[in-house]
Design a protein around this ligand. Structure first.
Ligand code: HEC
Ligand SMILES: [Cu+2]
Length: 502
């Protein structure tokens, strides 16, 4: 037993001897460990168990000045979890969450890795850690059937921030189901201290249903092959870093983000709206290689470390700057900074930031309200079947979400449009006059000269690839917002108009 915390008699003596040995060991390991075929002196190393954390948390900084034998226990579990409001998915996880548990070791550490596949799992899994030097990054040695446990060991030869992922066939499916995470191999001298460290990962989810389609969704292999994900998310689900779950910091602090892309397919154009990365450790290496960066590219199966000092309070939005992914598919998170303002650094409004922040906040509030109403509805059904009132309110909240992702950019959040360019929906006589025409406009698009409230418009609205529910919800929302009281659109209305316009 070489664990220095071991209380047995003689352990203290052993510990002293060990510590005396350590500087030499440490000095030697750069050459000894890097030479192939030479075993690390694992038997002589103090033993510790790795602290694993769930995103967005990062294990504490490693302060020891010597190598250790680090035991990692990672459990694979297949779990049904929330993907978006009203949408569930069977995630395959390392540790119960997406992304998988964050693992932190130190350069030169000897890592004894245990992969445990929970007995309730349906399929075997393994792990390929990009931090491993060896065939498959550990994949072949860690192939583990449900209810089994595998062990393999490696020395963390190279410092840096590395992705790990499942490499069991079909690999893209295992990754798309959530089997990815990050392992940080701290350089020997450690990463410079900062005030806050967070863990964020991007990945795609290929659901059989379209974005927003409710219920338990299955994986769609064709969409994965075509790289057409209905969801692109940060930390495993839509809204995982939004509202109450936003990252936090205080004015004057330096924030470090360990950001990775599990993929399986898309490269992220990682950007924080309203911030500039003071330092980027490009591609997850250990050199602070670039300064003053707006957007950094992170490949699938790659990572980056970014640091920035927050100077001004407010909400900063983390996005994949391929922005349809952020605003239509879910790749959006928030960092909330509190503290005193600094008018010299920033005063007045920067339109984009406030606009987007409000829309996301409002969307999140709508999701929460919808969930609340759903709960109330369930409760009401339990002792009273009169639910008509709730049904409409729920439809309105759903419609609000669709509006905030797909319509507000042109028709504006207040429904007033833009003079001579985008017609108003608020108080629109055109919308009020003909429900079927409105349905057709959303489905098929609308172009050519029209008159709304006596004013001419001659522009183009693109068609929307929506489900029947989404069309009904968004139009019902528009017909009952901003003072409108134009009735409602039902799913059967939408079906009928679709059939008539085949
Ligand atoms: C890219 C900009 C754009 C987006 C996005 C957009 N629209 Fe439009 N919309 C227009 C334009 C432009 C017109 C007028 C077309 C014309 O001149 O013939 C219009 C017309 C309309 C009309 C009929 C005119 C009126 O004011 O009553 C309705 C209803 C409507 N849109 C609803 C929606 C809904 C609902 C959404 C979201 C699902 C949406 N639009 C998304 C640009 C857009
Ligand atoms: Cu797997």
């Amino acid at each position: 037993m070489k664990n220095p915390t071991c209380p047995r008699p003689g352990a203290a003596l052993l510990f002293v001897a060990l510590v005396a040995l350590l500087p030499r060991l440490d000095a030697a390991e750069g050459t000894v460990l890097a030479r192939p075929g030479v075993r690390p002196l694992a038997a002589d190393l103090p033993v510790e168990t790795a602290v694993l954390t769930e995103a967005p948390h990062v294990p504490p900084r490693i302060t020891r000045q010597h190598a250790a034998k680090v035991i990692v226990n990672l459990e694979v579990r297949e779990v049904v979890k929330r993907l978006a409001d009203g949408v569930e998915y069977t995630f395959w996880t390392y540790g119960g969450n997406v992304p998988g548990s964050f693992i932190r070791v130190r350069e030169g550490d000897f890592v004894e890795f245990h992969l445990n596949n929970h007995p309730t799992s349906k399929v075997p899994h393994n792990i390929d850690l990009h931090a491993v030097t060896g065939p498959g990054g550990g994949a072949a040695s860690s192939f583990t059937a449900p209810g089994h446990s595998s062990q393999f060991s490696f020395t963390a030869l190279n410092p840096g921030l590395y992705v790990y992922h499942c490499a069991t066939a079909p690999v893209p499916m295992h990754i798309a189901n959530g089997m990815y995470g990050l392992i940080l191999v701290d350089p020997k001298d450690g990463m410079p201290p900062v005030d806050r460290e967070y863990y964020v990962m991007q990945g795609e989810i290929y659901t059989a249903g379209r974005h927003g389609e409710g219920g338990l969704q299955n994986f769609d292999p064709m969409k994965a092959e075509d790289e057409r994900p209905p969801y692109v998310v940060l930390n495993g689900s839509v809204g995982a870093l939004v509202g109450d779950m936003a990252l936090q910091a205080k004015v004057g602090e330096t924030v470090r983000l360990y950001f990775g892309v599990g993929g399986p397919n898309l490269t992220s154009s990682f950007h924080v709206i309203g911030e500039i990365f003071d330092t980027v450790y490009v591609e997850g290496g250990v050199l602070p290689a670039q300064r003053h960066v707006q957007t950094t590219m992170v490949p699938a199966g790659g990572s980056t470390v970014v640091e920035f000092k927050v100077e001004v309070p407010g909400t900063y939005i983390l996005v994949d700057h391929s922005l349809s992914r952020a605003f239509n598919k879910g790749a959006l998170g928030m960092l909330k900074v509190t503290g005193a303002g600094n008018a010299l650094t920033y005063s007045g409004k920067e339109i984009d930031e406030v606009y987007i922040g409000q829309a996301s906040d409002a969307g999140f509030a709508a999701s929460k309200r919808e969930a609340e109403l759903m709960a109330q509805k369930e409760a009401a059904i339990a002792d009273n079947p009169r639910i008509a009132g709730f049904t409409k309110e729920i439809q309105l909240e759903r419609g609000r979400k669709v509006f905030l992702t797909s319509c507000f950019a042109c028709h504006m959040a207040n429904g007033e449009g833009l003079p001579a360019v985008f017609p108003p929906l608020a108080g629109s006589d055109f919308l009020k006059a003909d429900k079927d025409r409105a349905i057709k406009s959303v489905i098929k698009g609308l172009s050519g000269p029209i008159t709304v409230n006596g004013k001419p418009y001659n522009n183009m609205m693109p068609p929307h690839d929506f489900t029947d529910d989404q069309v009904a919800d968004v139009l019902t929302f528009a017909m009952n917002s901003w003072g409108n009281d134009f009735g409602a659109v039902s799913v059967s209305d939408v079906k009928r108009v679709r059939a008539e316009n085949k």
